[in-house]
Design a protein around this ligand. Structure first.
Ligand code: IMO
Ligand code: MG
Length: 422
């Protein structure tokens, strides 16, 4: 049967999804984003240029590709239009390469305000949201109040916009002392909505299924990571959508049996931005080393990322929940100079050993580590798996044994070409 493949992050986001989609796209004609919104920052690097995509699928730079923003996505028109202008400044004409689902939800300027007000009110227990309005927009979606792209073309769009905006203003008045000025962003927002009308607003579920049925290679691109999933992540320190492979079913309108390969991306170590449990987080020199060598600063917010060792308890959970068929390992080159690499294989809490990911995401657990011998050499120039140092191959084999899943692609540097396929 003909199917759609899925690519997604297995950790807390920032695994390198942009680069991987860009590398995989020559094999695909269509790339479709299925959830999240401008909280994502998918970085691509080619021809000495680097690029960060927030809403547009990462296939956009490939010749002849079609890119779909699916119904599961929440879209801020201002951010999307800015992104389109930046892409077009590189000489890519996006007009015939981008389509937007009529069912995709709009992030209103007041959703951003509500995100900021809610986070500020949480004080120390804040989520560390990217403040792009993601949570409030998904709340309006499930609360059945949201506005969708298709609504933009309705005669009463402005009335509906104002009704929702007024409701939000009422909610914002419950946060005393929270000040905001909407006028500038709102004007830009209205203009961006107008500008976006040059793209087709489509019933993407029909289009996606047509591509599947006719055998056109199609790839579903996830955002964030499995441990930020609203149901299975480290709740409440999560995002507001289903980031797992199952999210591709609801976020694009694809039946479960039509999911083909599931590419799961992970970094050879772990990072997290924002708050929430992170069992293998390092507060020492090694953590600082990973941040510096790995350039671990947020692509969307610029925030320094928290860094730590690879967590196999969490990775195995993510592999199970997604039905990962192929693992893709990123940024292993960052570990080049280390004598010893640690990986967490279990957690300890109150004298008990936990070998599966707990419902609270591992609050106050102590990781149980195994030591892996480092390869202590520069692997960045290597393109042939067989030429990799023995210790490196042992590390890969170890991860495959632990997860029960093959590692089929290894990234050894930021550029498009720094890839080893097996
Ligand atoms: P990509 O697609 C890393 C994190 C935020 C915060 C939590 C909730 O680039 O991997 P939200 O704005 O969704 O309300 O924030 O989720 N977060 C991400 N972390 N990469 C992302 O996307 C993220 N999107 C959201 O830092 O902790
Ligand atoms: Mg990111």
């Amino acid at each position: 049967m003909k199917k759609i493949d899925v690519v997604l992050g297995l950790q807390w986001g920032d695994e390198g999804k942009g680069k991987v989609v860009d590398v995989l796209t020559p094999a695909y004609k269509v790339v479709a984003r299925f959830q999240g919104g401008p909280n994502a920052g998918h970085s691509l690097q080619f021809d000495g240029e680097s690029f960060v995509l927030h809403t547009v699928p990462s296939g956009i730079f490939r010749e002849g590709s079609m890119n779909i923003i699916g119904n599961g996505v929440v879209v801020d028109p201002v951010i999307l239009m800015d992104e389109i202008r930046q892409i077009e400044a590189t000489g890519v004409d996006t007009t015939h390469k981008l389509k937007i689902s009529r069912r995709a939800q709009l992030i209103l300027p007041t959703h951003r305000m509500l995100d900021a007000a809610s986070e500020a009110a949480k004080g120390k227990s804040k989520i560390g949201s990217t403040l792009k309005g993601i949570g409030p927009a998904y709340m309006d979606k499930t609360g059945r109040n949201g506005l969708r792209f298709g609504d933009v073309l309705c005669d009463d769009f402005l009335d509906r916009y104002n009704a929702l905006k007024n409701k939000h203003l009422g909610m914002l008045s419950l946060y005393p002392g929270f000040e905001f000025d909407l006028s500038e962003y709102e004007a830009k927002w209205m203009q961006a909505v107008e500008d976006l009308k040059r793209f087709p607003f489509i019933d993407s579920e029909f289009e996606v299924n047509k591509y599947i049925d006719e055998g056109t290679p199609i790839l579903a691109e996830g955002a964030q990571g499995s441990l930020l999933d609203i149901d299975f992540g480290s709740y409440p320190f999560v995002t507001s959508s289903n980031t797992l492979a199952s999210g591709a079913c609801t976020g694009l309108g694809v039946a479960p049996g039509k999911i083909g390969k599931v590419f799961g991306i992970f970094k050879a170590y772990c990072t997290r931005v924002g708050s929430g449990p992170f069992p293998t987080e390092l507060f020492d020199e090694t953590g600082e080393f990973l941040r510096r060598e790995g350039h671990e600063f947020g692509a969307t917010t610029g925030r320094p990322r928290r860094c730590g060792w690879l967590d196999l308890v969490a990775l195995k959970y993510a592999v199970m929940m997604n039905g990962v068929t192929e693992l893709i390992m990123m940024k292993s080159d960052i570990l080049n100079s280390l004598d010893t690499i640690k990986v967490a294989v279990a957690y300890k809490r109150d004298g008990q050993t936990l070998d599966s990911y707990p419902y609270d995401g591992g609050v106050d657990v102590e990781p149980v580590y195994e030591d892996i011998k480092g390869w202590k050499s520069d692997i960045c120039g290597i393109r042939d798996y067989e030429k990799l140092p023995k210790e490196f191959k042992d590390y890969v084999a170890y991860i495959e044994r632990q997860t029960g899943c093959p590692v089929t692609i290894i990234s050894v540097g930021p550029d498009r070409d720094a890839i080893i396929r097996r």
